[in-house]
Design a protein around this ligand. Sequence first.
Ligand code: URA
Length: 212
Amino acid sequence: MRVHVADHPLIAHKLTYLRDKRTDSPTFRRLAEELMTLLAYEATREVRVEPFEIETPVSPTTGIKLSNPKPLIVPILRAGLGMLEGMVRLLPSAEVGFLGMQRNEETLEAITYANRLPDDLSGRQVYVLDPMLATGGSMIDAIKFLLERGADDITAVTLLAAPEGIAAMESALADAGVPVSLVTGSIDEKLNEHGYIVPGLGDAGDRLYGVV
Ligand code: URA
């Protein structure tokens, strides 16, 4: 699995304010979107494109456009929704599917409670969004789900990642048979005994949308 840490100073700067517990929800939401747009730039380096002819006011030339089928963006509900707008801003012609995953706070295992995706993902590049790669449970389940439907190139995008989550992804997806990448804003120190990333930023879903 290719792991790319987008260690740009603007990303580190915005992450610092996201981590700060004094940052309120509206600011947190805005920063998560802005960060996603910066990460999207890194995550789409290998997006599939094809040439097409245009004319400038001066001469004909060859440009590029996104290939068909268009990439699919899949935010994992609910925290991944906080990253969707930032990604769509950069890839407005992409399609969007949804996967609802929730972790059991005791076992830390992920369950799928909703899905709204095309049945056939053959030939699709898919970008899976979830702010926190902690144990890796939800991300691994989401990616396996997408692989079963035929996705042939998957990039997970997270704001933060724990080394434990990366190791879990690497071992669970070693035989994926298609390219799987992770693009993240930072690899933090570790997970604590409650499955939170340290130093992390707390519960991303609660900080985006409040405790419900
Ligand atoms: N999910 C979160 O929202 N935060 C963590 O630190 C770990 C998982």
